[in-house]
Design a protein around this ligand. Structure first.
Ligand code: NAG
Ligand code: NAG
Ligand code: NAG
Ligand code: NAG
Ligand code: NAG
Ligand code: NAG
Ligand code: NAG
Length: 583
């Protein structure tokens, strides 16, 4: 059997004939280390592997001129903004405004591309991304066949308060693409210029925030967390002024555009604005549309359809936030305008992956109150679902409103159940025993006390054998080493090992493999993103590519990642890092 290393060397050689970008995606389907259930969307059949090296075996589109999207469904379903023109204004009685992207000043450069999205979702041969045409299409400079670019009108509660009209202030919807798997995806460019919703913004996004969105949305996908996707990242020479830390220190940065995809970009705020401004017919229309398109299990003739819709969103949101917690992800700006109706992660801003375990971890350094700390996410979810209920109330009967409140009450229970389940999986526990919650809570408390690294503590627990645990031989296991300094570590260990030993027919190897499939070895830590961003700002995109490739297999130990120190103790300078806030 091949080691990962041999596979890499082989991949390097093979890739040199193609383009070096995709090297690390190579993964033998026979390699037991290479399967991760959570990312099952990326089929790794031998056929797919082969097609990476021989473009013509697959019948992917080679010509961007043939790539067609459609805006018909949305345009026919809803009235458009009657005010014509791309200037900022208060918008009424519509869901979208027509708005044309403003091309970026060139030369444009392709900084990163997701082969998984380009080929697996957009049916395009990844080779086309190397063309000038692609730079234009993927940055909003030229429109794909069928595209009628739109900006979406929505509102939202920001930081606890109703903020009125918000809307796509620097993103353009380009169209829906129906792929050959029969899926429909909505394409957006972000950073593509002003729209009627830009408020005081310039409609641009800078390189640093775009690199972060590109890398994180792809990383989240491969971690198995529902998310929008990113197809490409294009950087320009267009100067963009930003006060990165809101401290009066304005710098010139450069504009960038991410081509991103989701099954739908509708948010809680999409409904809220209609309810708030009394546009109830339109509210009903939008709800019916969303239910029809995205909630096939709900019958359009069901008199309780909005109630059922609500219960699904409550359930899925609880699940999503539990998933964030299980990988230590803090979204950073959980406003209702940033919460998807399909319960996928959208709008990557000042997010962060927690390093040392700390429930008060706040990724946005300007969020002094810690409103959106990682530990507050579950209750912020509840707040947002309350606002969703408020937006639905005009179309619910009194009785349904009462029932909806009962559904909302169930949220906490669903969240806790899912959290419990996921952390049990992270510890490799099968079945259900009375002390399971205690084992989980005890461990998290020790991690908090010792400031143990969240990701690596769980990962290293997946990599040690039971014997090693008994012996407490943690050489090279820096996170466990750290944890084991806790004065109650032995007590916990005894309890855990006893629990594990009662798992009939569970071998050490099975146990480890199960855990390795849910405990990533690599997450997008801020310092990793920051280092890649510094290079990207000087037009060296190698580290963005490296990270993108590594984070596409976060559960698999990779030589290059180890060499880059991505599973090592974070460097000292990581502690001093502030998250780039303005975007
Ligand atoms: C790719 O595959 C096709 C069909 O199997 C074959 O004809 C062609 O020679 C291959 N091309 C390369 C570069 O290997
Ligand atoms: C809740 O959501 C989860 C995750 O998507 C799903 O597996 C489960 O079936 C849902 N439960 C209900 C009652 O809809
Ligand atoms: C997400 O929330 C932040 C803060 O409220 C806001 O600035 C940003 O515009 C939102 N993102 C989108 C795409 O709406
Ligand atoms: C970070 O938090 C501050 C304070 O709540 C807020 O004003 C700011 O908009 C947040 N940053 C982003 C990018 O949302
Ligand atoms: C655990 O590691 C963190 C960061 O690596 C360090 O700050 C902390 O002091 C360590 N805790 C103990 C008990 O050694
Ligand atoms: C554990 O300790 C025993 C006894 O000291 C020793 O024989 C064994 O090799 C150790 N095993 C590991 C995996 O460290
Ligand atoms: C364990 O394996 C034995 C023998 O194959 C089987 O009889 C028993 O039911 C299994 N126990 C569990 C809990 O699966």
């Amino acid at each position: 059997m091949w080691s990962i290393y041999t596979a890499l060397v082989f991949a390097l050689v093979a890739a040199s004939r193609f383009t070096p970008v995709y090297v690390l995606e190579f993964c033998q389907s026979t390699d037991p280390d290479c399967h991760d259930d959570t990312a099952s969307n990326s089929h790794r059949s031998p056929h797919t592997v082969k097609s990476r090296w021989n473009v013509s075996v697959s019948n992917l589109m080679q010509d961007l001129g043939q790539f067609r999207v459609s805006c018909k469904k949305l345009i026919e379903a809803f009235p458009l903004d009657e005010v014509d023109g791309n200037f900022v204004h208060a918008v009424k009685n519509c869901i979208f405004s027509e708005s044309t992207p403003t091309p970026l000043k060139g030369p444009l450069r392709l900084a990163a591309v997701s082969k998984d999205v380009i080929e697996g979702i957009l049916d395009l041969d990844v080779a086309v991304t190397q063309s000038d045409d692609f730079l234009q299409y993927a940055s909003g400079g030229r429109l794909m066949l069928g595209s009628v670019p739109l900006a979406h009108r929505y509102g939202g509660h920001q930081f606890g308060y109703w903020a009125g009209q918000l809307g796509d202030g620097r993103a353009h919807f380009l169209g829906q693409y129906s792929n050959r798997k029969g899926e429909i995806w909505e394409l957006q460019v972000k950073g593509s210029g002003k729209t009627p919703y830009s408020r005081s913004g310039d409609g641009r996004a800078v390189i640093r925030s775009s690199v972060r969105e590109f890398l994180c949305s792809e990383a989240m996908h491969f971690l198995g967390v529902p998310t929008s996707r990113a197809a490409s990242l294009i950087v320009s020479e267009e100067p963009v002024l930003r006060d990165q830390f809101y401290n009066g220190n304005v710098k010139t940065e450069r504009g960038a555009v991410v081509l991103r995809l989701a099954k739908s970009w509708f948010r809680i705020g999409s409904l809220e604005i209609l309810a708030q401004s009394g546009e109830i017919d339109l509210l009903r229309k939008l709800l019916d549309f969303v239910i029809n398109e995205h909630f096939p299990s709900i019958s359009s003739s069901d008199p309780d359809k909005y109630l059922v819709f609500y219960s699904v969103v409550v359930n899925e949101t609880a699940h999503l936030i539990a998933q964030w917690m299980s990988v230590g992800f803090a979204h950073g700006v959980c406003n209702t305008d940033n919460f998807s109706l399909l319960s996928i992660t959208i709008d990557y801003g000042p997010f962060g992956f927690m390093e040392s375990y700390n429930p008060n971890f706040v990724p946005n350094t300007s969020d002094d109150e810690g409103r959106y700390s990682i530990g507050a996410q579950a209750s912020v979810g509840l707040f947002n679902l309350e606002k969703l209920l408020g937006a639905l109330s005009p179309v619910l009967t009194q009785k349904q409103q009462k029932e909806a409140k009962v559904i909302l009450k169930g949220y906490v229970g669903i969240y806790q159940m899912r959290f419990h389940q996921m952390f049990k999986e992270k510890l490799g526990l099968l079945g259900e025993e009375e002390e399971d919650s205690y084992i989980i809570a005890f461990l998290l408390k020790m991690m908090e006390d010792t400031q143990s690294d969240f990701t690596m503590t769980f990962r290293q627990l997946s990599e040690v054998s039971v014997l090693q645990l008994y012996n407490r031989s943690f050489t090279q296991m820096w996170a466990l080493d750290n944890l084991s300094l806790h004065k109650h570590f032995s007590d916990w260990l005894k309890m855990y090992l006893l629990r594990v030993s009662r798992q009939e027919n569970d071998t050490d190897l099975d146990h480890q493999n199960r855990m390795k499939n849910v405990n990533p070895r690599y997450v997008l830590r801020n310092w990793m993103a920051e280092s890649a961003i510094r290079k990207a700002e000087m037009n060296d995109f190698s580290e963005v590519e490296l990270l993108h490739n590594i984070l596409s297999s976060p559960f698999v130990t990779q030589q290059t990642a180890e060499e880059a120190g991505y599973a090592a103790r974070p460097p000292l300078w990581a502690n001093r890092l502030k998250v780039s806030c303005s975007s």
